[in-house]
Design a protein around this ligand. Structure first.
Ligand code: ZN
Length: 479
């Protein structure tokens, strides 16, 4: 769409005075939604699965959108380790000569596999139905990819000049695959994405239940898999012996089930429970205050541990997720194997937890080894560091409070420790503190990321669009 002269003048004034309140423009609003809708649709309909898809196609399509909107060619690049795993990096130029380091936004383009026969609709068609957008990636996370591109286009159209550069990296292989885009960019083109801190809309959420809350990720647990294995000579099942591979493994798992890891807090989870205590009431609120006391109250810990999210927020968790054993109905098992999946509290390492499991099982017949995502087994844990909890920066928090308060009046702003894992582990471990902030509200009972019939509320999407626009401006407007 061509910009009219009047719009240009307005844009120029807007740029001179970013804090001026620009009069509402209903036409603008409809046009902006249309662009954001079309970008979202385009992304959903480009298959970016690891098996047959291509993030390069999506990266190129998004780069073209920015170039069409007037971004300089030198500021928009598509690059990657091979022709199917491309990443897009775009730089929104801030004030010339700014001494401030850029803000980086990372958002993955790839999606989890989706089978047409499992879904009600075609997962790679953007379907609008019952107030929702359906399609693979509508929650995780093509909504946020589209929002970032649409807002770059909007800000540029309005002539907005941030106080520093804003870099957007749309990347490959977060969900799986061998070519994680954030890792690859950090190792091969660090200069392109060097930043003071990173925003990653892949975690964090808006809760619109009562009371409303904006949760943002400032820490993350470390992922690990362990193979617990027993082998035996086997034999005829009519002649059982006490030494049985299946019993070795199941005994170990029974011990694991009854042995929670110790209670821990860090600066982020301390703040989380402090904030939650204000939202919750009665016994739960009292328990939250009691675990923050010195020493923490063990009965309060015990009660809160019954909630899976709070349990996982207070400790390392390890749980049996797979089991395979035996080779015939009438034979003693020669082999029994379990997978134990752990989510490690920041500050601990894979090898440390492996040794803890060995000590806990206390069975010389068992081996406990680590397993990577390709299923390869190793005797020792990797030295991979968990994401260091990010400092709760005043400028980020203030902007988040202000904008969240406008869009969701009365919303509490609560830091969380993500119990899953995201690409923030790479940026954070590379010395770029990372915050998981997403303005798209998902109902607690409608989390469909990775699942079938993935969808996002149409209103949630457009609110998220407005949220990130205001948030980016708040972060980069001289105060
Ligand atoms: Zn994701």
């Amino acid at each position: 769409m061509k910009k009219t002269a009047a719009a240009s003048v307005l844009a120029a004034l807007w740029a001179l005075s970013p804090q001026a309140v620009r009069p509402a423009q209903p036409d603008d609003e409809a046009a902006r939604r249309k662009i954001a809708h079309d970008i979202f649709k385009q992304l959903i309909e480009i298959n970016t699965t690891d098996s047959v898809g291509s993030t390069t196609v999506a990266a190129q399509a998004m780069a073209q959108r920015l170039l069409d909107a007037g971004f300089a060619k030198a500021d928009v690049v598509v690059l990657g380790p091979n022709d199917r795993k491309g990443n897009m990096v775009a730089r929104y130029r801030g004030q010339a000569g700014s001494k401030l380091k850029p803000i980086l936004i990372i958002a993955h383009l790839d999606v989890v596999e989706a089978n047409r026969q499992d879904w009600t609709t075609d997962p790679f068609k953007f379907i609008e139905k019952d107030g929702y957008f359906y399609g693979r990636g509508t929650q995780d996370m093509k909504d946020s990819d589209a929002i970032a591109i649409a807002n770059f286009i909007r800000m540029r159209g309005e002539g907005f000049v941030p106080d520093r550069d804003i870099i957007l990296a749309l990347t490959a292989d977060e969900e799986g695959g061998k070519f994680n885009g954030v890792d690859w960019l950090l190792k091969n083109h660090r200069d392109l994405i060097e930043a003071e801190y990173a925003l990653n809309p892949d975690s964090g959420t808006v809760r619109t239940d009562k009371p409303p809350a904006v949760e943002f990720e400032a820490a993350e647990k470390l992922y690990a898999d362990y193979q617990v294995l027993a082998t035996n000579a086997g034999g005829h099942s009519s002649l059982p012996t006490p030494d049985n591979a299946i019993y070795h493994v199941t005994d170990a798992l029974a011990v694991l089930q009854k042995s929670p890891f110790p209670f821990e807090l860090n600066a982020v989870t301390r703040e989380y429970f402090g904030q939650m205590a204000k939202i919750e009431s009665g016994q739960v609120a009292a328990d939250m205050r009691a675990i923050l006391a010195t020493p923490p109250d063990p009965t309060a810990i015990e009660r809160l541990s019954r909630d899976p999210t709070w349990n996982s927020t207070m400790r390392t968790t390890c749980v049996a997720t797979m089991l395979s054993a035996g080779h015939a109905l009438n034979a003693l098992p020669q082999r029994a194997e379990a997978n134990v999946n752990c989510r490690i509290f920041p500050g601990h390492f894979q090898e440390e937890i492996r040794l803890k499991l060995v000590g806990l099982f206390d069975d010389p017949k068992l081996t406990v080894r680590t397993k990577n995502s390709a299923g390869e087994v190793a005797d020792r844990g990797t030295d991979r560091k968990p994401m260091a909890p990010a400092p709760l920066r005043g400028d980020v928090l203030r902007s988040l409070h202000t904008v969240a308060g406008k869009l969701w009046p009365g919303a509490a702003v609560i830091p969380i420790m993500e119990v899953g894992a995201s690409d923030s582990v790479y940026t954070s471990n590379a010395g770029i503190p990372s915050y998981g902030i997403c303005g798209v509200a998902i109902d607690r009972d409608d989390e469909r990321a990775h699942g079938k019939d993935e969808r996002v509320g149409i209103d949630s999407y457009y609110n998220g669009l407005e949220f990130y626009y205001q948030f980016l401006e708040a972060l980069t407007t001289a105060r």
